[in-house]
Design a binder for this molecule. Structure first.
Ligand SMILES: O=C(CO)[C@H](O)[C@H](O)COP(=O)(O)O
Ligand SMILES: [Fe+2]
Length: 215
């Protein structure tokens, strides 16, 4: 069963409550929150204040994707704001194990994201610490980019490794996911699909969510 995580980066920020309610009603299980700092990525989005505000209106599992430098400084703030899973980028970490354990110590699920140039081998040492491995299928920073397929063979290696060892780790893909690209991602072994523009820029966002759920 595939989990769909609509990314509110492509939602209408003036109507966030409505766009989140739409995702919940359509049957999405997770909500993907793209946190950008203008340093690790060349874009700025939302912080803990907005996460806390929307938390009061949604029961969805909050999947916080931190595209920020020094993420360890902000873990407690995102935990308090109501994130259920906090995903940090390998590229931003000096001591990944320490940071992943800090996330767990806050009572949250821990995710580790890698950019499209990374291999499964870069992420593999951290799997015992993880609840989720996130393979980026675009360069982080913006919604609406074209899918980069380089991560698919790495996802397949990750799925085989996790299955062999029965590790309780979700595999998520993020970037350029739509009706055309989602099947290859699922074939490679992902069980969590992030989709922003494919959902919120569609004529019927609920139908898109229901399509992804049916895959
Ligand atoms: O992390 C992200 C960008 O850095 C977003 O989650 C991602 O790009 C979703 O948007 P889309 O589905 O439109 O590609
Ligand atoms: Fe994201």
């Amino acid at each position: 069963m595939v989990i769909i995580a609509p990314s509110i980066l492509s939602a209408d920020f003036a109507e966030l409550q409505q766009d989140i309610a739409l995702a919940e009603k359509a049957g999405a299980q997770w909500l993907h929150l793209d946190i950008m700092d203008g340093h690790f990525v060349p874009n700025l989005t939302i912080g803990p204040v907005v996460v806390a505000a929307i938390r009061t209106h949604a029961k969805l599992f909050f999947d916080a994707h931190l595209m920020i430098e020094n993420p360890e400084k902000y873990l407690a703030a995102f935990a308090e704001a109501g994130a259920d899973l906090i995903c940090v980028h390998l590229e931003t970490l000096k001591d990944p194990v320490k940071v992943l354990r800090q996330i767990k110590a806050l009572g949250k699920k821990a995710g580790l994201a890698v950019n499209p140039d990374k291999k499964f081998a870069d992420l593999q040492p951290y799997l015992p610490e993880l609840d989720l491995a996130l393979f980026m299928s675009v360069w982080p920073g913006f919604a609406g980019q074209k899918f980069i397929a380089d991560c698919l063979p790495e996802i397949a290696k990750c799925r085989a490794y996790i299955t062999d060892r029965r590790l309780p780790v979700d595999i998520e893909i993020d970037g350029g996911i739509n009706r055309a690209t989602a099947p290859a991602a699922i074939d490679a072994g992902v069980n969590v699909l992030v989709a922003g523009s494919a959902i919120y820029k569609a004529a019927d966002p609920s139908a898109e969510i229901q399509h992804f759920i049916s895959l």
